[in-house]
Design a protein around this ligand. Structure first.
Ligand SMILES: *Cc1c(COP(=O)(O)O)cnc(C)c1O
Length: 350
């Protein structure tokens, strides 16, 4: 299917026009020379709404469109205290006159006297914030489940008083959210055609909840491209992850009236080698990647997501997994607010 036809399908879904699109796409000349590949960047850190954009805005255009079309008043969402997704959700809610409520798991305990990064922005924008502290011995995943239970009880109370609520899952990773990256993939490929003149050899990006990857896989299948999409993990995931993302991709396609096209384990290429020691915990390779991009291109990536993904790309180039002379696109998914986060998140950057 052509991108123009996909756009016609997308127009059938409710959408809030929230960001600034298309986001920039250009070649990183200095690093290309140094690394021996043609390296391009897709700047989805420039989606808006505020100064700190990121990939969640593409998903939120459809999620908030859905919330508005249902006449909702409150939007509930989840994440870590320094969640980019939560901050971007607050921003788009404020723009649309919706009331944002956050249930945030404190992986790093916030300091009330020295509020940092996204949590500071959430406070400035006046979100209703509920911090969920880890219980002694509690796993992250269990605290996340607990935060969802608490939020659902909260929503029930509001609904019974006549206030309509909309639940956005962590990362905006839902069929409606991932639709945003069917569109994002099409936009990227149009720009690649103009600038490179052909399909790129690889697309690299950071993957977390998997909503972005699902949308990219769905977009690629729908538009009939072959370009490998290399998804670098930023946290541990089990072996079912690709399959689940494939299912999510097919659910997104279903919203457009298209049958299943994606087999997650066949179509995805994920790499678990670069997230250690864990989510929101820095590593030396990511710190090196952050410095390299900053010093060669004046470009900022973050320690939690894009720094780790770029470290993965650099290693794939070094080890020959990406051949010299290849056309490589790095999808910059945002996250630079983490450069102003607690020092546990930041790592040793200079
Ligand atoms: C959320 C996020 C990702 C991962 O996207 P998912 O859709 O959750 O997989 C990557 N980079 C940044 C900066 C993010 O905030």
């Amino acid at each position: 299917m052509k991108y123009s036809e996909v756009k016609t399908l997308l127009e059938k879904l409710p959408k809030a026009e929230l960001g600034f699109f298309p986001t920039p796409f250009y070649k990183l000349g200095n690093l290309s020379k140094e690394l021996g590949v043609n390296l391009y960047i897709k700047r989805d850190d420039f989606t808006g709404m505020n100064l700190f954009g990121g990939n969640k805005v593409r998903k939120l255009q459809y999620l908030i469109g859905d919330a508005l079309s249902q006449g909702c008043e409150y939007v509930f969402t989840f994440g870590a205290t320094q969640s980019n997704h939560a901050m971007q959700t607050v921003s788009v809610c404020r723009r649309c006159g919706l009331k944002p409520v956050l249930y945030l798991v404190a992986l790093v305990e916030p300091d009330k006297e020295d509020m940092r990064s996204n949590l500071l922005l959430d406070h400035i924008m006046g979100a209703e914030i509920h911090i969920v502290n880890l219980l002694p011995g509690e796993e992250e995943a269990d605290a996340e489940k607990r935060s969802v239970q608490m939020a659902r009880e909260h929503m029930k109370r509001l609904e019974s008083d006549g206030h309509k609520c909309y639940e956005v899952p962590m990362g905006g990773a839902s069929p409606m959210g991932s639709v945003g990256f069917i569109e994002g993939f099409g936009e990227l490929m149009e720009q690649a055609k103009d600038l490179i003149g052909k399909e790129p050899d690889y697309i690299y990006h950071a993957t977390g909840t998997g909503g972005t990857m699902a949308g990219l896989l769905a977009g690629r299948a729908l538009l009939g491209f072959k370009v490998p999409i290399i998804s670098i993990h930023v946290s541990w995931k089990d072996s079912e992850y690709p399959g689940r993302c494939g299912d999510l991709a097919n659910e997104s396609l279903k919203l457009l009236g298209i049958g299943p096209l994606v087999d997650g384990s066949r179509d995805s290429r994920t790499d678990l080698n670069y997230y250690q020691p864990g989510y929101e915990i820095p590593n030396e390779e990511a710190s090196n990647a952050i410095r390299l991009l900053a010093r060669k291109e004046g470009l900022l990536v973050d320690p939690v997501y894009t720094g780790k993904a770029f470290a993965g790309l650099l290693d794939h180039i070094k080890t020959g997994k990406v051949k010299q002379g290849s056309d490589v696109v790095f999808l910059h998914t945002g996250g630079a607010t983490a450069l102003f986060a607690e020092k546990e998140i930041l790592g040793q950057l200079f």
